[in-house]
Design a protein around this ligand. Structure first.
Ligand SMILES: *Cc1c(COP(=O)(O)O)cnc(C)c1O
Ligand SMILES: [Zn+2]
Length: 422
């Protein structure tokens, strides 16, 4: 057998048994499957956890490997995962300079720009979804992506020996395209917006039976995001921050951060009240911010126009749940212009030494806006979720950076520069 055939055969070994599903709206139960919407009411299906399962203590969790899987009891698997075992446990970075710039007591950056293997928080959701795919006996996975998800599916499917079909808008940033194609998936560039890609993929899933991680595997996919909240709580010494801010595309991450903090508090593992949850978008694509601010019930889709391509979802699947989580937590939402988000990328880099992508710029700039509006308080301990790496979106920030001087290899030319900088 060739090495790729061996890898593929390997992947067909059984994955973990999966938790059953239940409808978030009508409560109808269903067996584990690659279906993410309720047959009865079309509501989203969510994993159901046995309320009597044995939960680990803080000490037991601390003794486990430093990956997202140390919180397995809150992930939708009844036994151990078989692939992507090394994802998660990114740094939580204290940034006094960013706290000063924002006017809050303390600012910490949850740095998923350093996520393994593909430098965005999408590694977490894909790790969860691929184990679900294996548990369901699927041999082909895929996604509709704004970029980072494509990177994560391509890389993790490659090493799991799963075939991958990946669909993206044709004109994504070059770093996102190369950072997908290099892993050798079937990469398809679609003429249209992400929302067009998403509609196409729903048909692809039906026709070919692929496991599309953010469509028919979405119930298992989304739970991976909770691990970001679990890690933050543990890294703070098993307590909650006052407030947390994260960027929003489909609205899943913000919803699951809120859920994650609540679950560990309910288990008695986290001290402190549930944090206020804040959501950030670009003004050129802010359907969830609009919903939070209007107080309505239903997302009004928009046509995206922003350089924050990773967040450019005009009709977000979990938008109404994100808005609900934000409102009920006592948080708020904010949107910033492309110019403001570029300034946000630079502020994060210059204060914290972290180079985040456009979504991180949206998050930092939105935090600044919320702090100036008084929504974030001077006494707040704030966690900012940096969800992706700036090296994937260099075209966003390049035009804003000062030009570097070019000199001959002569001390006298450097001396002139030093003199002028004084
Ligand atoms: C996908 C993505 C998000 C938002 O994810 P949702 O869960 O769809 O809201 C945030 N930041 C980055 C960098 C992303 O790629
Ligand atoms: Zn239902």
């Amino acid at each position: 057998m060739s090495s790729s055939a061996t890898a593929r055969a390997d992947a067909q070994r059984r994955g973990p048994r999966l938790a059953p599903l239940t409808c978030r709206l009508c409560g109808a139960p269903s067996a584990p499957s690659a279906v993410a919407v309720c047959e009865r009411c079309l509501g989203p299906l969510e994993p159901a956890y046995d309320p009597h399962r044995r939960l680990p203590t803080r000490a037991e969790i601390e003794a486990r490997p430093e990956t997202m899987w140390r919180y397995l009891e809150w992930l939708p698997f009844l036994d151990a995962p078989v692939v992507s075992l090394d994802v998660g446990f990114t740094p939580l970075v204290d940034s006094p300079a960013l706290a000063r710039a924002l006017g809050v007591h303390r600012a910490l950056v949850k740095n998923d720009a350093a996520s393994h293997p593909t430098f965005s928080f999408k590694d977490r959701v894909v790790a969860s979804a691929l184990n679900a795919a294996l548990g369901l006996g699927l041999d082909t996975v895929g996604c509709a992506s704004t970029g980072n998800l494509a990177n994560a599916v391509a890389a993790q499917a490659a090493r799991a020996g799963l075939a991958a079909w990946i669909f993206i808008p044709e004109d994504l940033e070059i770093g996102k395209i190369v950072g997908t194609a290099v892993y050798g998936p079937r990469l398809v560039r679609v003429k249209g917006t992400y929302d067009d890609v998403n509609r196409l993929c729903a048909q692809v899933a039906d026709r070919f039976g692929f496991g599309l991680v953010n469509l028919n595997l979405r119930s298992y996919y989304g739970e991976g995001s909770k691990t970001m909240a679990f890690e933050i709580g543990e890294q703070l010494g098993w307590r909650t921050p006052d407030a947390i801010i994260a960027p929003m595309a489909g609205g899943s991450l913000v919803t699951k951060l809120d859920k994650g903090f609540r679950e560990l508090r309910t288990a008695g593992l986290l001290d402190g009240p549930a944090p206020r949850v804040y959501g950030a978008q670009a003004t050129g694509c802010a359907p969830i911010v609009n919903l939070v601010e209007s107080g309505g019930e239903q997302i009004v889709p928009v046509q995206p126009r922003t350089i924050a391509r990773s967040l450019a979802i005009g009709n977000p699947a979990d938008g109404r749940f994100a808005a609900k989580a934000i409102r009920e937590s006592g948080g708020a939402a904010a949107a910033v212009t492309d110019e403001e988000l570029v300034a946000g990328i630079r502020l994060l880099a210059e204060t914290t030494g972290v180079f985040g992508e456009t979504a991180a710029g949206v998050t930092v700039a939105s935090a600044l806006k919320l702090a100036r509006a008084g929504a974030l308080r001077p006494s707040d301990e704030l966690v900012l979720c940096v969800t992706g790496n700036g090296l994937k979106t260099v075209e966003a920030v390049l035009p804003a950076l000062p030009e570097s001087p070019v000199v001959a290899p002569k001390l006298r030319e450097v001396a002139a520069l030093v003199e002028r900088s004084r």
